[in-house]
Write a protein that binds this ligand. Structure first.
Ligand SMILES: O=C(O)CCC(=O)C(=O)O
Ligand SMILES: [Fe+2]
Length: 288
């Protein structure tokens, strides 16, 4: 089955429908190529200072660079892309709330071999979430063109409903080829992996993932983004990072206060509080 290709004008309902069916979709040219040229130049010093991965999964010829909210002003806009956030809201519709899970540039260098095929939700200690119960909505943005030759992400469309803990070979996958500025959306249950890079160029991908807010964040946003930078960020981005209460009470500070108080910033005191109404609905089953 081929990866479904969608137009940047697609509605979030439509994108979410395809993700429920196939577990993945490519939205062609959702942002400009120059957006990612900017992200790359903002991050250049960090790429240079960074080391290659240490194992087969992180890749011996691959550099992973994170803390993107702290390091790249342009990445902040990509992280808040409206179509991606509106789609995530639908994919995780029965969650009280979701938040940012990780921000990472994955630069697959020449000579890299394929990454083991996996589900991103295995990060949660391999907990066997029920089939159809998605905990993550993920993106891999092509910062440079993704081709089969240079390591385009390998996917198995429809594998979101396969049994858990399966192993696949690269021959059972297909490359999500796309032009720079396009994005691969995929759910936590989709089997996929980074492709082998047989070209002479580095493949730059921007992995931004979102997860139900009751799960542990993979990239710790409170420690990756220093407080003096966090203090200057817009409230919606801080909420997305986790300066908010998930479900009803998760993540409050001291006397049940909104975590934004920890930054000493003016904010809407009601916006970051847990949603008692939707939490109560979960207890009573109303609205399900
Ligand atoms: O870089 C890629 O194409 C995919 C990487 C990936 O799936 C991961 O690191 O979890
Ligand atoms: Fe992955």
């Amino acid at each position: 089955m081929a990866v479904e290709r969608l137009s940047p004008k697609s509605s979030p309902d439509h994108v979410a429908e395809i993700l429920a069916r196939d577990g993945c979709a490519v939205i062609d040219k959702l942002v400009s190529r120059s957006t990612f040229d900017r992200v790359r130049s903002e991050l250049e010093p960090w790429f240079e200072a960074n080391a290659m991965g240490r194992d087969e999964f992180s890749g011996h010829h691959t550099k992973r660079t994170g803390a993107l909210i702290a390091r790249s002003a342009t990445a902040r806009d990509v992280i808040q892309n409206p179509l991606v956030l509106d789609t995530t809201k639908r994919v995780l519709a029965d969650a009280t709330s979701y938040r940012l899970h990780l921000t990472q540039v994955i630069a697959i260098g020449p000579g890299e071999s394929e990454q083991p095929i996996h589900r991103d939700q295995w990060a949660f200690d391999f907990f066997p979430f029920p089939s159809g119960y998605e905990v993550q909505c993920n993106t891999l943005w092509a910062m440079t063109d993704f081709t089969e030759e240079n390591g385009a992400t390998r996917v198995i469309p429809g594998s979101n409903t396969f049994p858990d803990k399966q192993q696949f070979t690269i021959a059972e996958t297909e490359p999500a080829e796309m032009e720079a500025g396009s994005v691969l959306l995929y759910t936590g249950a989709l089997y996929h992996g980074g492709g082998p890079n047989r070209s002479t160029e580095t493949r730059y991908g921007l992995n931004i993932t979102y997860a139900r807010s009751w799960l542990r964040q993979e990239e710790n946003q409170y420690l990756s983004v220093p407080q003096d930078i966090a203090r200057g960020l817009p409230e919606p981005l801080l909420r997305l990072m986790g300066y908010a209460r998930g479900a009803y009470a998760l993540g409050y500070i001291d006397d049940l206060r909104d975590p934004l108080n920890a930054l000493g910033r003016a904010h809407d005191e009601n916006a970051g509080f847990g949603d008692l109404e939707s939490t109560t609905q979960k207890v009573t089953g109303a609205g399900n």
